[in-house]
Design a protein around this ligand. Sequence first.
Ligand code: ZN
Length: 66
Amino acid sequence: MALPKRRKSHAKVRTRRQQWRATPVTSTKCPNCSLVMMPHRACMNCGHYNGRAVLPPRKSMRPDAQ
Ligand SMILES: [Zn+2]
C-alpha cells in the first residue's frame, strides 16, 4: 500500500480541510406566492413555473394564505 513520504503539518491538514465544507442550499422565492422554493423547479405550493401554472395547485403551505 502506498504511504505518504512526509508527515503533513497540522497547518497543512487544517487548510486542506477548510476547503471541504458544505455549501448552503440555494433557494429562490416564488414570484406567484412568494414561498421559498428550489430554483429551476416548479413551485411546490402553487405549481407555477416561468409565470404559468404547470402543476395542479396543492393545499397552501403558507399560514397567512387562504
Ligand atoms: Zn408558488
